[in-house]
Design a protein around this ligand. Structure first.
Ligand code: LLP
Length: 417
């Protein structure tokens, strides 16, 4: 199996496992596809990469080089972006609860936008901007109360969501009035994000209708920016549901915007999106070494296979019942005659993938779990005090380490006793 033109087994030998391996050309291609498609559908389109999906300096630099802005949601993500050389003006700062310190850093650092998520935050931000003598451009994150058909764990814009300012109860209207009146803030527009792993543009259209109703209640204000969040779904595994391409997302989202919302906005309104998962997921794979193979006692013919990683490098199977395709690196096209239940090596019954068909496989062989580019490395933990795995970018047959593997010394570095 090759990733970015590099042999997966060679990379596993060179860098060790577990290993996150990315196809760099694929990452660049998808960034470009999003930008080209949205600009074709709405000439004043802005695409930001939601870096929570996979935040490393190399990825942020890549996205920025390809012309995307960066959506960050913590001081840590902002610091990574700064180190990656992303211009401050290209940064949008999100978060349902931002600390005073984070707001100070964001405003002092000159981020392009702070997205206000609550009534409390309007007041917080006015204070911070006043102290720093700045006028901060802001967007208002609204909750349009649209229930999307995705796993409830991925929903962020339904009626009782913790995110954003509710349109229905007047909170969004009041916050907008307060922000418009504050000389320390420049309220440019509205933001919403409905959820993740969406497969249709219909919810975006419904949310736009809700935003149009809100704007009708705020006479004299015509936003110059509307950001519809991320959420564009990914096809996990050959049997997963099909998902729209960036081109399809662009035509349907821009079409709905033209129909439902654009006439309430400024003539030169910018339409923004901030995809995360769909930029990176399919271009990343995780490489594991098989540690042990045991025959199932209950199900003759089934093997219990334990890898050298698991819950700490990919919590998604346990958190979201996520499914990923798994292949043997030596023989990726061969489904094979073995049926394996694949576990991680944690002190947990951490079944990662059940009933996977594999060719003959044993200790030391390399497994490749596909479509793990999003929400894996960035959600990794040190559970059982395992060091976090390394990240490699591969392109045209050359690979480079972009994040080194943690060491035991890294794990001890914060211990004070
Ligand atoms: N913008 C905002 C404000 C968000 O909250 C998110 C994701 C995105 C953009 C990017 O959404 P995407 O295009 O990646 O769907 N940990 C979960 C996913 C949580 C997504 C949270 N917000 C997972 O492993 O599937």
């Amino acid at each position: 199996m090759r990733i970015g033109g590099c042999d997966a087994i060679d990379m596993a030998r060179q860098y060790g496992t577990p290993l996150y391996a990315y196809d760099e050309a694929g990452l660049r291609r998808t960034c470009r596809e999003y930008l080209t498609a949205f600009r074709a559908a709405w000439p004043r389109a802005h695409v930001a990469y939601a870096c929570k999906a996979f935040a490393t300096t190399a990825m942020l630099r890549l996205a920025s080089e390809e012309g995307l802005g960066i959506d960050a949601m913590s001081a840590g993500e902002l610091a990574l972006a700064r180190r990656a050389g992303v211009p401050a003006a290209d940064l949008t700062f999100h978060g349902v609860v931002k600390t005073g310190e984070e707001l100070e850093q964001a405003v002092a650092g000159g981020v392009g936008y702070v997205v206000i998520d609550s009534a409390e935050e309007v007041a917080d931000l006015i204070r911070v901007a006043a102290r720093l003598g700045r006028r901060q451009p802001v967007l208002l994150r609204v909750n349009p109360a649209v229930a999307v058909t995705t796993d409830p764990r991925y929903r962020t814009g339904d009626r009782d969501s913790k995110f954003g300012l509710c349109i229905a109860d007047g909170s969004a209207r009041r916050a907008a009035a307060q922000a418009l009146a504050a000389e320390q803030l420049r309220l440019d527009g509205v933001h919403f994000h409905l959820g993740s792993q969406l497969t249709s543009a219909q919810p975006y259209a419904e949310a736009m209708t809700a935003v149009a109703r809100l704007l009708a209640e705020i006479p004299g204000w015509r936003p110059s920016r509307v950001v519809v969040g991320g959420g564009m779904g990914v096809r996990y595994g050959d049997n997963g549901p099909a998902v729209p391409t960036p081109q399809r997302w662009a035509t349907s989202i821009a079409g709905a915007f033209r129909q439902r919302l654009a006439s309430h906005c400024a003539d030169d309104v910018i339409l923004g999106i901030e995809p995360g998962r769909s930029v990176v997921a399919e271009h990343g794979s995780t490489l594991y070494t098989v540690g042990t193979v045991k025959p199932s006692q209950e199900r003759p013919g089934v093997i219990i296979l334990v890898t050298d990683g698991g819950l700490s490098d990919n919590p998604r199977p346990l958190m979201y019942s996520a499914v990923h395709d798994v292949v043997a690196a030596a023989d990726p096209l061969e489904a094979g005659g073995y049926v394996a239940d694949i576990y991680g090596r944690h002190c947990e019954t951490d079944l990662l993938f059940a009933g996977v068909r594999l060719p003959r496989i044993g200790r030391g062989d390399i497994l490749v779990v596909r479509t793990t580019g999003a929400y894996t490395y960035c959600m990794a933990s040190n559970y059982n005090r395992f060091p976090r795995a390394a990240v490699v970018f591969a392109r045209d047959g050359m690979s480079r380490l972009v994040v080194r593997r943690e060491t035991t010394a890294d794990l001890l570095a914060t211990e004070l006793e």
